[in-house]
Design a protein around this ligand. Structure first.
Ligand code: FPP
Length: 244
């Protein structure tokens, strides 16, 4: 077996989160408009979601589709991205229902176009009873914003007397995050060559293994996904403890 193959006898990650970076540069390399990179990226996401659910039986997959900071892009690109996301969720819904995929969306959805908000609500409701892959899509998401939002909610409860601040702990705090029942990611993959986290799941990634690749997202194949998993399987995860 080649070293790039994932091993069935080694623990698989339970939750993989992906920063899908490099669509714009991929488009530039192919002398195409940036939105063509996002379309190619959506195709890649489609393939990897199917593989994660059907072949890997991965319980949780989270995809960073739009950061809270991505709004500082030309309005034309944002509008096309909104359309693409709406189309993506609409087109994939039947497949998610058929394949037992449960869709969650994390982030501040209030500023998204109302039509996209409706599409999201409908897709979340239609897949709520599914028990297979939990696919979380991070949209207008920022980790710092998520933590501040949780603090505001907790503060309101402290003011109302329903939380004793002395009893606030990690478990209680977690319950105020966007998706409290989704476990922390075991593996975070970032494509596109940058080696940073960019405000993604910063509370949840405390013990995640990080995998960075120079491959642009539209070129991130199933084969490379398996290489990332194989690399994860070589990591010694001690969670702050010692070997003994
Ligand atoms: C980052 O590349 C990518 C995005 C901001 C958009 C990601 C969206 C998709 C892949 C569409 C599919 C959506 C879902 C829900 C699966 P970039 O534009 O920052 O690339 P660059 O760094 O090369 O400019």
């Amino acid at each position: 077996m080649s070293s790039s193959e994932w091993r069935n006898d080694q623990p698989l990650p339970y939750h993989v989160a992906m920063i899908m970076d490099g669509n714009g540069r991929w488009a530039q390399m192919h002398k195409l408009p940036r939105i063509a990179g996002h379309h190619a990226g959506a195709k890649r996401a489609e393939e990897l979601i199917r593989f994660a659910g059907d072949t890997l039986n991965l319980p949780y997959l989270t995809l960073f589709a739009l950061s809270a900071e991505n709004w500082h892009r030309p309005k034309s690109e944002i509008n096309l991205l909104m359309q693409l996301l709406d189309q993506f969720i609409t087109d994939k819904l039947n497949e998610f229902v058929a394949n037992n995929v449960r869709l969650l969306v994390i982030g501040d959805l209030s500023v998204l176009p109302v039509s996209l908000q409706r599409t999201i609500e409908h897709a979340i409701a239609s897949t709520a009873g599914n028990s297979g892959l939990v696919l979380s899509v991070a949209l207008n998401y920022g980790g710092r914003q998520e933590i501040i939002r949780a603090c505001r909610k907790i503060n309101a409860e402290i003011t109302a007397g329903t939380i004793d601040p002395e009893r606030l702990d990690i478990t209680t705090f977690r319950s105020y995050l966007y998706a409290p029942h989704v476990p922390d990611p075991d593996l975070i993959i970032r494509t596109g060559g940058e080696q940073r986290i960019s405000n993604f799941l910063i509370w949840q990634l405390a013990y995640a293994e990080l995998y960075f690749t120079k491959t642009m997202w539209p070129d991130f194949t199933v084969k490379e996904f398996l290489q990332a998993i194989s690399d994860f399987q070589t990591r010694d995860r001690r969670f702050g403890a010692t070997e003994e």
